[in-house]
Design a protein around this ligand. Structure first.
Ligand SMILES: Nc1ncnc2c1ncn2[C@@H]1O[C@H](COP(=O)(O)OP(=O)(O)O)[C@@H](O)[C@H]1O
Ligand SMILES: [Mg+2]
Length: 296
């Protein structure tokens, strides 16, 4: 299943993003979703609607090409593991000085089928059925070299089949256990005060959880707090724990979430300070679009 990239429309979208960065006014952008790392924009064209995920600007063509091949490998491995991913294509444009701006483009899938939303709207029996399918997917796919960021908001349920959306940060490790992703590049939206510290100490622990079934599950469950779906946690633990050698408790989930939420809150606060510094002191445009406050 593939689709044609609407080149001219993407060019126009990128022009609108550039204008938003220059003027700090993002009202001309149609935001589909805010993640922790990317901003997902909706592009509506006469031929259909697309979800466009703007990647950090690549300093060189070579680094962009490396990303292209890592993403292709990740999509292939997802398929081999029997996980359906939203068909994804890359679009890019050369900027001055050899830099590359790129987007991961997918068809906009029906937002009302987003699993975080269905967990809210559907009866408990749906939630249990979803969660069993979810566990099967995670067990099947996750290895020390292949990770998943499996939060409920990263899946869409289409005709009873789970479709994975969040492929922009391919979670693949090489034989030495190093991320194949250009981690420093994907951390460039962090303020400079944090960048080196995160790169050296935190990035391994940020990523580790995605490479074990238990870690992925704990992250999924912790995230239910953020989604205001924590009432489902005891039910899900009943389903999951018989499968685990070390059962997870509700307390462990809550403690995990507090730690994770605190980290992201700190990062968002520092990003805002960095943006203030750029705009008001350096008088330079701040090169990222930040999500609004998340209520945790
Ligand atoms: N193909 C798509 N169709 C519809 N909505 C999407 C699509 N991709 C992403 N979204 C929306 O945007 C949100 C963030 O996208 P995601 O790919 O998970 O990026 P992030 O890395 O920022 O979490 C999703 O939770 C979903 O609400
Ligand atoms: Mg996501």
């Amino acid at each position: 299943m593939s689709f044609a990239i609407p080149h001219d429309d993407l060019q126009a979208l990128e022009d609108r993003v550039q204008a938003a960065l220059r003027t700090t006014d993002d009202s001309a952008l149609d935001v589909l979703g805010y993640g922790e790392v990317t901003l997902v924009l909706k592009l509506t064209t006469p031929h259909g609607a697309y979800a466009c995920k703007r990647l950090p600007v690549f300093p060189t063509l070579e680094r962009y090409e490396r990303y292209t091949s890592t993403l292709a490998d990740y999509l292939e491995k997802l398929e081999q593991a029997g996980i359906r991913a939203a068909p994804t294509r890359l679009w890019h444009e050369r900027l001055s000085g050899g830099r590359i701006v790129a987007y991961c483009v997918q068809e906009a899938l029906p937002a009302e089928r987003l699993c975080s939303r269905l967990l809210r709207d559907q009866p408990q029996s749906w939630a249990v059925d979803f969660f069993k399918r979810f566990l099967d997917h995670v067990d099947r796919a996750v290895t020390p070299a292949f990770g998943l960021d499996a939060q409920a908001s990263n899946w869409i349920d289409l005709d009873g089949e789970l479709t994975y959306l969040d492929v922009t940060t391919p979670l693949l490790r090489d034989d030495q256990g190093r991320e194949r992703l250009d981690v420093p590049l994907f951390l460039t939206s962090l303020p400079w005060v944090l960048r080196d510290a995160v790169r050296l100490t935190m990035s391994k622990s940020i990523f580790d959880k995605f490479y074990s079934s238990r870690g992925v599950l704990l992250d999924f469950l912790g995230n239910l707090h953020k989604e205001r779906l924590e009432k489902l946690i005891p039910l899900f633990l009943e389903v999951a724990n018989p499968r685990l050698s070390a059962p997870i408790t509700a307390q462990e989930v809550a403690a995990y979430y507090r730690g994770d939420a605190r980290m992201w809150e700190l990062i968002q606060r520092l990003r805002k300070a960095d943006r203030f510094w750029h705009r008001n002191v350096l008088r330079l445009p701040y090169p990222f679009l930040l999500p609004p406050e998340i209520d945790r």
